[in-house]
Design a protein around this ligand. Sequence first.
Ligand code: ADP
Length: 307
Amino acid sequence: MQSRTQYARVEQVDKLLVVGSGKGGVGKSTVSVNLAISLAKHGATVGLLDGDAYGPSIPIMLGIRKRTASSGTEATLPFAERKNIPQAQKIKPLVRYGVKIMSVGFFIGEEQAVAPIPDVLGLLILQLLYSVDWGKLDYLIIDLPPGTSEPQATLCREMQLNGAVLVTTPQDIARIDTAKALAMFQNVHVPVLGVVQNMDGFVCPHCGERAEIFPRSQEARNLLDELPLLGSIPLDPVAVVNSDKGHPIIVSMPESPVAQAFRSMTANVVAALDTRKTAPEREMSDVQEEGKCTMIKEETDLDDRKD
Ligand code: ADP
């Protein structure tokens, strides 16, 4: 068998992006949704894949609700190891606000659970990448579940990812875990475009004064601190109500400070991708070599340890 040296691409997709975080609840899905819509509003063709099989929230945020539980073939997830799926058999994504959407949430009811073992999550996301009729896209964005497990590992191992966007909130407890997600991407040479700091202060709608909601980070996280800041998004209680009812802030309150912050974040993401245009794409051999070095270094560190 010939060994593979190239990462896989999704047919007709120009840029495959992932949005990740160390922790849940920091606003990763909110960032993914507003980034996708904002890109589409600028004339790009965009797809959004909800990569969180345990808690798919993209359908709710886009007002695509499936309240009843699925059963029988309706509850069958597109799970088979097939790459070259005939066009006629591909699953049609739903289109909302000009974005093509796919989520495990389309196959199950809102209160229904899927409990795949973690290894299966990687295969499931690959299958959704290959079996959905995405068509020609400028950007396909994957909203990842929090953490550094699956499907992240499979995507990093298999796919040519053009960029990762990390989302965090300002306090240490979120930033420490985001630094772990950063290390995961950097270990396998996935280009990290930068970090989005969400819920970064609250602008009082009455007096306009800015207040901090979360304690500011006290600890330096060198690698994280060096990343470009793609956006600083304030917390807005109205944004929660709107976006959790299926009206993303970029559409429902386009003039609000939150929507403006999302637009400037989008411009920064596009600029970061542009500056990488001429950079060589990662190759599997780079990662294998680097992996070896990391192992040796870790052993040395252990040997040197003084108790
Ligand atoms: P994650 O994907 O990281 O779990 P979500 O995007 O689902 O996080 O956001 C969690 C909750 O926080 C949601 O109710 C969402 O509407 C709300 N939220 C996210 N960002 C903001 C913000 N900037 N201002 C107010 N609420 C926000």
